[in-house]
Design a protein around this ligand. Structure first.
Ligand SMILES: *Cc1c(COP(=O)(O)O)cnc(C)c1O
Length: 413
């Protein structure tokens, strides 16, 4: 492949209506970053905002910060911003804990709302933490709960009048395949079951319409497409109609209607706040707010168009330039059927990814042989896709990945 991207690729970047949003991020020169589906890039505004909150709010105003700077409502303020990205209303989304913990909380509450039904239905290839935490729910519920894990194609048929709650991730973390949220939620409701969707790979990646699909509960990650920073707090969605019936599975003082009464009895707060547990991490919330703000003024339909074009370009280039190297396309072929990530399988995928990273093309690897490349629509360029394929071509052509330095697997992939 040539050293420079062809003119038509550079033209696509020049004509990209979202091109200027890249300026909202701090990205190192010369790096092709295709891992925003695992850790979003650093928003330029995050450093100054954290500096400000530390020195001017915490440092100067000390404990008064809770009231003077609205720290206690930060989780709801950011929740309202995320709500706009996922088709939810005001006061339906709040930031709390981690995704893992939020799944536990929401599934346990949902199970309680469907007393008499035992089955939690999920996909057998759901994200591991989702599966692990469901096992924890089942263990604590004892005889009252069974986890049913089925292949994605069998999900619709598996929902019946014994199903308490259907727990699914909209976009699969490995294959990038999208589940039909509307159809599955509708079937669940027809059978009297509830739904809980994990949006970790969908929020900020594609338009999500929770209320349009009549979803009951949802959770998701702050540090992937939402750019909230490493280990950013997660969010919870509970539809208005369920909020007052929801018994918090982990009742904590921040979910109390009057935490500062220090009452000995837990009385759940009105609305979504009852899902809170303990004191929010304000510095982490401040970073997450800057991450979510990078979507200000972004039309998610337009962002999705761009990511579909980027993933299509990646697949086309791999098909044109990398034939004969044993690379298999392992995500859905139609752009509408996949999220903002392409995945390729290769028996030496791990080595290939390490060699790519050494060449400043950052994607990631998921065992046993999947290479993932995420297209965060606000900062990935068409040029980046070409550079990534060129790098992969050079590595394969020169067998760089077979060098002994790639014998070992990294701890975090
Ligand atoms: C990334 C991810 C998580 C992560 O959960 P944490 O509690 O933040 O570690 C959960 N579910 C899915 C589907 C994910 O992709």
């Amino acid at each position: 492949m040539n050293n420079q991207p062809p003119e038509e690729i550079l033209k696509r970047d020049q004509n990209d209506p979202l091109a200027t949003f890249r300026d909202r991020f701090e990205l190192p020169d010369g790096v092709v970053y295709l891992d925003g589906n695992s850790l979003g890039a650093l928003p330029r505004s995050a450093g100054p905002r954290l500096q400000q909150i530390m020195l001017e709010e915490w440092g100067r105003d000390l404990i008064n910060g809770w009231s003077d700077h609205g720290w206690l409502n930060l989780n709801q303020r950011i929740g309202d911003r995320i709500a706009k990205l996922i088709g939810a209303g005001d006061d339906e989304v709040i930031i709390a804990d981690s995704t893992t913990i939020n799944i536990f909380k929401m599934v346990t509450s949902a199970l309680e709302m469907r007393a008499g039904r035992k089955i939690i239905l999920t996909e057998d290839d759901n994200f591991p933490t989702d599966l692990y935490i469901l096992e924890s729910v089942a263990r604590l519920a004892g005889d009252d709960c069974i986890i049913l894990k089925v292949p994605r194609d069998d999900l619709l048929d598996a929902i019946d009048d014994q199903t308490a709650v259907v727990v699914l991730t909209q976009v699969n973390y490995r294959t990038s395949a999208i589940l039909d949220m509307a159809a599955i939620t509708e079937k669940a409701h027809t059978e009297g079951a509830l739904t809980m969707w994990d949006l970790s790979h969908s929020a900020g990646a594609l338009p999500v319409d929770l209320n349009g699909c009549d979803v009951d509960f949802a959770v998701g990650c702050g540090y992937k497409y939402l750019n909230g920073g490493p280990g950013a707090p997660a969010y919870i969605f509970a539809a208005h109609r369920h909020q007052d019936a929801l018994k918090p599975a982990l009742a904590g003082w921040m979910g109390h209607s009057r935490p500062f009464d220090f009452s000995r009895q837990h009385k759940p707060a009105d609305g979504i706040r009852r899902t809170l547990t303990g004191t929010p991490a304000i510095l982490a919330l401040a970073a997450l707010e800057e991450g979510v703000k990078t979507f200000d003024g972004v039309d998610m339909y337009m962002a999705r168009e761009k990511s579909m074009a980027l993933t299509d370009l990646f697949i086309d280039l791999v098909e044109q330039k990398l034939t004969g190297f044993g690379i298999r396309i392992s995500c859905p072929r139609r752009a509408e059927d996949r999220g903002n990530q392409v995945t390729f399988s290769h028996p030496q995928g791990d080595r290939l990814m390490q060699a790519l990273i050494d060449d400043d093309v950052i994607g990631d690897f998921r065992a046993p042989e999947t290479m993932r490349f995420g297209m965060a629509p606000l900062y990935v360029r068409y040029e980046d896709i070409w550079l990534a394929v060129k790098s992969l071509y050079n590595i394969l052509e020169n067998e760089i990945h077979l060098q002994p330095k790639y014998d070992e697997r990294h701890e975090v992939t």
